[in-house]
Ligand binder design. Sequence first.
Ligand code: SF4
Length: 413
Amino acid sequence: MPEEKHLSRRDFLRAAGMVGAGSLLGATGVSAQGASESGGPGQNLKSSSVPLRPFGKTGVSVSCLSLGGIFDIPSNQLVLRQALEWGVAYWDTAYSYGGGKSELGIGQFLSKNPEARKKLFIVSKSEARSPAGITKHLTQSLERLKTDYVDLYFLHDLKEIDPLNREIKTWAEKTKAEGKIKFFGFSTHSNMEDCMLGAAKLGWIDGIMMTYNFRLMQSDKMKSAVDACVKAGIGLTAMKTQGGGSVSMESEAELQMAGRFLNQGFTDKQAKLKAVWENPNIASICSQMPNLTILMSNIATALNQTKLSAEDLRLLDRFAGETASSYCAGCATICESAFAGAPPIREVLRCLMYFHSYGEKDRARELFAGLPAATRKDLLQCDFSTAERMCPQGLAIGKLMREATVLLGNTFS
Ligand code: SF4
């Protein structure tokens, strides 16, 4: 039975077990008891709510922390309530998340709290690429979410800009006019920079959610892509901000980092969020927060005003360098051009990332099982040596492809 009892802010801190969060809140000058109710997107919130940032040229401001919806939302309604209480009013879901349970869970919350809808900025997504397919998904998403509209609607997991053709532009304009979506854009985990640079030239994309973290933000191409989107008025949401790799790897810098950050009152995970928020062009960070502990930790980080020092950033940079060969940077056009019909190397590495770095083993297996059986079989037979030579991160692609088939399932039916 989902727990729905309302927690006071003091109870919330206690439930989250966040001594560290309490001290971070203290550092902001915000008392847990004196915190205020949150408003909606675009409204002025009091200082105890997660800060707002403008979302591109939409005229809407969103909470700089957004609630990622890949968790058992129907059984964790309290997380939604407490997120909203603290101003985490940007909620991210998708047609496919949890086989529909993510959207159903948000719908369950809105059925019981209809007044919350106007405070929320809800994003959903479709993997479809045809107008008819997208309409079908959106219609079902609205039914599940128990709402008449979503604030932002994404084509999910774009790997290139080509699907954003004239037909899709017409679909987006028509669906906005019908009031079913307010804004339109896409999410991208692969070739993010090319997708962003392409979108900036289109002139009709409102928002993008892309993989972005302390590793990727350093590259000139990512900096150019962010600049181009800002100039085009596109709102940007960062995801995968922990920069977790497809392989576990030890690093001396990581040990130093952990000690240094803890002395300052925050963890290395919190420092990685701060590194992203230091770029004012990132409107929001989408984070999976399946329980109160993680929610509270991230909220405390968003409220904390302490900036990372040059030494902190240098250590993060050193850590990124020392562990580069554990991290897939998403530049799939490079390795997948190594030979005709190359398997989706990036997708397989993303499955391993969920498995190793995010501890989401079921999700990793589910994504892997979604690849065609013939593709999964190819992973054991292909020679990846050319792709390995091309990979700028120096990943041991062949070994990782074989590891994926063992760890994530090697049935080919
Ligand atoms: S395996 Fe290497 S080349 Fe391929 S997407 Fe990852 S980082 Fe880029």
